[in-house]
Design a protein around this ligand. Sequence first.
Ligand SMILES: Cc1ncc(COP(=O)(O)O)c(C=O)c1O
Length: 559
Amino acid sequence: MAPASGTSRRESPAKAGSIMAVETRAADGRSETRTGASIAPLFAAHIERFNAGVRSSDFGPMIDHFTDDATATFETLPIGPFHGRAEIEQGYRDHPPDDEIDVISTTEPDARTIVARFAWHRTGQTGTIRLGHRGDALTDLTVTLDPEPRRPDPVALRGDFPILRQEIHGHPLVYLDSASSSQKPQVVIDALDAYYREYNANVHRGIYTIGEKSTAEYERARAKVARFINAPEAHEIVFTRNATEAINLVAYSWGRRNIARGDAIVLTEMEHHANLVPWQLLVQEKDGDLEFIPITDDGVLRLEIYEVLLRLRPKLVAFTHVSNTLGTINPVRQMVDMAHDVGALVLVDGAQAVPHVPVDVQELGADFYAFSGHKMLAPMGSGALWARRELLEAMPPFLAGGEMIREVHLRRSDWNDIPWKFEAGTPAVGDAIGLGVAADYLMEIGMDAVREHERELVAYALEVLPARVPEIQLYGPLSPDARGGVVPFNLPGIHPHDVAQVLDRFGIAVRAGHHCTMPLHERLDLAATARASFSVYTTRDDIDRLADGLVEVLGVFRD
Ligand SMILES: Cc1ncc(COP(=O)(O)O)c(C=O)c1O
């Protein structure tokens, strides 16, 4: 192929299992080499030209995008020719440093073509890159952006969730308990099925085909989860059974080494028991103190009091990103900055955030981020802890046994590298693989779109429920912008358990009780609440059905 003016270019093979490299050399001798998915970010400025029919032989000028001091490093996953993720370290002229493309799936329709679906991480905009190659030459390259960022069509998405097709007591199931646990799409069910049917084997052990596949898929899932929350590297993801285990891991490992007599830990009044009880145990053992950021009556954190509590110079601040009971979305970045200013580390409980809002752990700036898989469309028994590498490396093991060691002698042992140092024993391999598939599914929809969908549902519920059921008492922030897809409520004089039981007769599933936030209920002077919570598959029709159901409940208890 003829070199573009002022440059020369060499293209090397794009074979399955290898990585494709494009090297661009400018007239002044500067050169850039890009491999695999790392080529993708360069397309941004060229998309229009490519779509107008300009082919890869005009690749040369891309070098102009790089400022003199820019560096770019790229992580390519060892799973095929075009899976991977580009990370721009210092940015280049047209894009900020954190502008990234995620390659979300790759197919090879024939021996000479690779088709990759990609998403701009920041905007969620999706598209297709089609690469043609012959031997070791790149022959064709087309980038097509989807016309609109994909928005979830919940009605269509429902078809992906087999459980929603059933009837309960003669009514189509309306599942409004996704904050407790989400339903699972067919792709996740298929992934579990394929794992157990085709390559069930322990990881990091078997020198045989299905053992190697099991290991590769397990580690591939880790990379997907890292991409989902924009972790700097996959090895900072520790697989756990759920958010509770992730938080306990930090409390036991980091906490027991770093919290001493008189040290303070700052929590909030809205914490789930999972982000409260482990810290109670820790301070009881170490003779430390717990302090709590209070909330307003609308369920918003009082940051002016937080500021005062920080004067105690706490060692740790731990709070939920999104409240499971009120839906409040907390200002994580601001709270993290305030904590860091006084030298405190920050743990964020992301159990109710990752399924519903875009999460970028680098942008949030926290030190630990814990979440469950089963609330984000993944199998039960899956979850993860993200923490900064240097913290994980300095922390002692949590559980001990196989997998987490490098060498064992009768009286002492050496630990494995992270993250395996924290994954003692045989992990839940299929569940972790399912978690990776769920992350892919959500990324394909785009978390901005998921958030917008749920924001609209909350707005609709806050309008329709009081209009149809004037007696209803709603709790939490009044603005849909300030809350996730969670709507707690009560009907006067009717216990929430009775509300839930009558709704069940109409096929409507809501949670009733204290939702593992007893101190929050005490603060709001409530014995219990009923709670409707949403996910990608929730529709306006579900909310209409809830309103109908509540009218029925009132009828039952009036009679
Ligand atoms: C905010 C929050 N944190 C932690 C948890 C605990 O999650 P898991 O039971 O999956 O460990 C939950 C579960 O409801 C939650 O809502």
